[in-house]
Write a protein that binds this ligand. Sequence first.
Ligand code: ADP
Ligand code: MG
Length: 243
Amino acid sequence: MIALKGITKRFGEHTVLDGIDLSLERGEIIVVIGPSGTGKSTLLRCINFLEHPDAGELTVGDLHVDAARPGKDDILGLRRRTAFVFQNYALFAHKTALENIAERMIVVEGLSKNEAHARAREILERIGLADKADAYPAALSGGQQQRIGIGRAMAAKAEVILFDEPTSALDPEWVEEVLALMKQLAAEQQTMIVVTHEMQFAREVADQVVFMDGGRIVEQAPPSELFTNPKDERTRSFLRKVL
Ligand code: ADP
Ligand code: MG
């Protein structure tokens, strides 16, 4: 249901993604690991055209896009079918928790404010922040802000949620509550691609772990296999540093 074929991205002379092939079934969870600067964020950003790939093909659900020559409707179509969770939450500072979650439903889906707010309240219940509906981001902990960031992605009812190091900016005390929410989503069969350094999360939740280095997928396997029996020396060397 999600397929990337030959996704290539250059910044000037620098080939950051060098022909990435990846596919996921509905409900699958892929965790992407690898050294920093290796193109993990760029890969996620190419899937919803926050970055424009130079070559390759993207399929998300019923939408198939020639990544080098997207139509205008293609980019909008990809953005509707995907949702992004950023390392730094990227909440609107001047909107409440409720408004942050409701915003996309109003702007992208065209829901009335009342409908969007009603649905946002349901999401706030699911993420355990019903009592924070009227709070502004500055009044919330980092963990709560990121749960709002995830709630906003949940509200999008996207085919896939793309997580870019969702716990990396958090104080250690807030990491678990965010991972717990992601596990809850995983249990609900939400399709996700997660870039993270949380190896325990990868072990518990991932269907497939992808190790990237130098803009390429070096190795991909279920966690039980990749963590215990990595085949490539680069994977072994990376895992020695992080495990
Ligand atoms: P990762 O997420 O794995 O740490 P990134 O995808 O952020 O890696 O970056 C991969 C490479 O692309 C890095 O060398 C980075 O400096 C470069 N890069 C990322 N974004 C840009 C940009 N907008 N312009 C130029 N170079 C970029
Ligand atoms: Mg990154």
